[in-house]
Design a protein around this ligand. Structure first.
Ligand SMILES: Nc1nc2c(c(=O)[nH]1)N[C@H]1C(S)=C(S)[C@@H](COP(=O)(O)O)O[C@H]1N2
Ligand SMILES: [Mo]
Length: 323
């Protein structure tokens, strides 16, 4: 499996894998002999076969961890859907309007300031980041708190790589993320009913977890503005609103940071926001979800199906209280 080059600028035409070729390759993996699919998955998923959904893995490897025995197979969501059905309130609350409204976002130059409780604070250009930390492909489920989901082939690098480079001090316990604040480009930021800019946070151990990535692309191409260009967070075991888009600042802090959604509606959107079918949203059940592109609902899994990887982070916590 090819790992795509860094995506701070759109790749040259000969470097792009057209979606149909890409999908055929996945189809091949799906149907292919065990040796082929295992080799391909090992290359795509450095953490082993549990790093992302194994696409209809008909031949599970001996060491494959199956968090829930009944987990349904996953199929990549179409590029069209991933790029035209977006939550990005800085532009619009209408998911289908975001792609058009965001298309002119200036994503270059773009810097990410990494500071706070660190030994080596530094402001990076996005292209510096993709050179220092070459993006890998990560296929993850994305589960929105609104109970729809997708499967997205991200390009990204572990957030841990960046955090290690700036060296958090012993006092750093949380990481705070901030989106660009520029109402001239992001019209939704003129709506005073939200406490802009969009902010999110993770506990330091969650931020250091190998599944947590900063993404700069998907389907082998640079991120489009609607998906959070030029760089956004992806935390696959949490509701999608934790995966903050178009980041300009990452700050290591001592106290749990405020987040946009938990400051508006703390009873609806907690700080942890771990996907959990047993903790309903106050206005709807979280037990099942609508996978975009599928006709029938499917069950939602604890930690979005990544329990084998991440449940240990929450040992001893009451997930019904600390949601
Ligand atoms: N800055 C910012 N980040 C954001 C959002 C947003 O409105 N603003 N929406 C979140 C929500 S609710 C979801 S479900 C995901 C959607 O990501 P996608 O559009 O790339 O699928 O982005 C998250 N990140
Ligand atoms: Mo969401």
């Amino acid at each position: 499996m090819k790992t795509y080059r860094s995506q701070s600028a759109p790749p040259a035409a000969h470097e792009i894998t057209p979606e149909h070729v890409y999908l055929n390759r996945r189809q091949f993996m799906k149907l292919g002999a065990a040796a082929v699919s295992l080799a391909a998955l090992a290359a795509c998923a450095p953490l082993g076969s549990n790093a992302g959904p194994t696409l209809n893995a008909a031949t599970p490897s001996a060491n494959e961890i199956t968090p829930t025995p009944t987990m349904l197979p996953d199929t990549l969501t179409d590029f069209e859907a991933i790029t035209n059905y977006n939550n990005f309130y800085e532009y619009s609350v209408d998911k289908q309007a975001v792609a058009q409204l965001s298309k002119d976002l200036r994503t270059s130059p773009w810097t990410v300031e990494v500071g706070g409780l660190v030994t080596n604070p530094k402001t990076y250009g996005v292209e510096d980041l993709t050179h220092l930390f070459p993006p890998e492909e990560r296929i993850y489920r994305l589960r929105c708190v609104e109970a729809w989901s997708m499967v997205i082939p991200w390009l990204g690098f572990p957030l841990a790589s960046l955090l290690k480079a700036v060296e958090p001090t012993g006092d750093a316990k949380y990481v705070r993320f901030v989106t660009l604040m520029d109402p001239s480009q992001m019209p939704g930021e003129s709506d005073p009913s939200y406490p802009w800019p969009y902010q999110e946070g993770l506990r330091l151990d969650e931020a250091m977890h190998p599944l947590t990535i900063l993404s700069t692309g998907l389907y082998g191409k640079a991120l489009l503005p609607q998906n959070g260009a030029p760089i956004r967070l992806v935390v696959p075991w949490k509701y999608g609103f934790k995966s903050i888009k178009s980041i300009i600042k990452i700050e290591l802090v001592a106290e749990q940071p405020a987040t946009l959604w938990s400051s508006i509606a703390p009873n609806e959107y907690g700080f942890y926001a771990n996907v959990n079918p047993d903790v309903p949203h106050p206005r709807w059940s979280q037990a099942s979800e609508r996978r975009i592109g599928e006709l029938t609902r499917r069950p939602t899994y604890l930690f979005n199906g990544y329990a084998a990887d991440v449940a240990g982070l929450y040992a001893g916590m009451d997930l019904k209280k600390e949601y």
